[in-house]
Ligand binder design. Structure first.
Ligand code: SF4
Length: 326
């Protein structure tokens, strides 16, 4: 019987899951994903996480619980850094410890450290360590990793081509029917989690609004803009979001930005402020900040979103200098 590897549908899932899913399947394991976020997953996550944690970390705990009795191993890497000389949020680094401390009776955890600040050789050792839970054969692991990189590359291209990985699934696509274009910004695990984001992308799509996300922008462009920052942004997510906002305000190819942030996120509190300032300074772009936690009511979000869209439509019709803040 194949070894079952459980992958929680949260946090890094939205950036990397095709890589690890394909890797373990190539090695002959069965990959089990937790269910898309729902009320039960959210409630269980909130109950089993420290109060101070941000919403995505609470949701992640709910996903681990969802897998508790369904897998032989739970994939829970310790992600320190995914780009040289940069770091991921400290909560990613301490995730294996946080989860195992809060949830008892879990199957063994695959908690290999991912750290791109180490040498290339050490990165290959990381891959062998991930693979060793299924096989000890380095040639098989290397071959599986090569295939996994191809899947990851295809996934990125698919998003760039206008497909939204909502809950990790590509059933929603950008059709570009509307004259209004809105950039939905925020961490991938916030904007693509349909339940956690209160269906933000789908709500805009239902109104025939053309939605762009940071993952649809050419990465070289984002880097070019990020390099013009006075001080290097060493948080990878922060650099990506700031570079994207600067690109949008210069390219003037969008009508507004909706930034979805998590209450209690230290990185977001800095980035959303900088994004708002940059957009205001560089183009007077309409900007709406939506900050969510487990207590946020959907009705309030809907009202603010509708008012924001009305304001954009009004501006487009009248080309006035109406306030840019929703
Ligand atoms: S970057 Fe912010 S939202 Fe993401 S895990 Fe860290 S604290 Fe939470």
């Amino acid at each position: 019987m194949a070894i079952k590897i459980g992958i929680p549908r949260g946090l890094w899932f939205y950036d990397y899951y095709p890589l690890w899913k394909s890797f373990y399947e190539e090695l002959g394991a069965e990959v089990v994903l937790s269910n898309p976020t729902n009320k039960k997953i959210l409630d269980e996550g909130v109950k089993n996480t420290v109060d101070e944690a941000c919403l995505p970390v609470k949701i992640f705990h709910g996903h681990v619980l969802d897998l508790k009795d369904k897998a032989d191993f739970i994939f829970l890497p310790k992600i320190m850094s995914v780009y040289e000389k940069e770091y991921i949020c400290p909560k990613f680094c301490g995730l294996p410890e946080m989860v195992t401390h809060s949830i008892k009776g879990l199957p063994p955890i695959i908690d290999t450290e991912v750290n791109f600040n180490r040498s290339r050789k050490s990165l290959m050792r990381t891959v062998y360590s991930f693979g060793s839970y299924v096989t000890k054969n380095p040639i098989t692991i290397r071959r599986a990793y090569k295939k996994a990189l191809e899947s990851y590359h295809d996934y990125k291209l698919k998003i760039k081509a206008g497909n939204y990985p909502i809950n990790g699934d590509f059933s929603s696509r950008d059709e570009k029917k509307s004259s209004i274009t809105i950039a939905v910004m925020g961490h991938s695990y916030n904007i693509y989690d349909n339940y956690g984001s209160m269906g933000l992308i789908n709500k805009l799509k239902e109104q025939n609004i053309h939605v762009i996300t940071p993952e649809m922008v050419d990465y070289r462009k984002i880097n070019e803009y990020a390099e013009t920052l006075e001080k290097k942004m060493f948080w990878s997510y922060g650099r990506k979001l700031l570079g994207t906002a600067m690109y949008f305000t210069d390219a003037k190819n969008i009508d507004g930005i909706v930034y979805l942030s998590s209450f209690g996120c230290g990185i977001d509190s800095i980035i959303e402020e900088l994004v708002e300032r940059k957009t205001r300074k560089r183009g007077g772009m309409p900007f709406l900040l939506i900050t969510v936690d487990e207590h946020t009511g959907e009705a309030g979000v809907n009202t603010r979103l509708e008012a924001f869209i009305d304001m954009i439509e009004w501006r487009k019709r009248n080309e006035s200098n109406l306030s840019t803040h929703g």
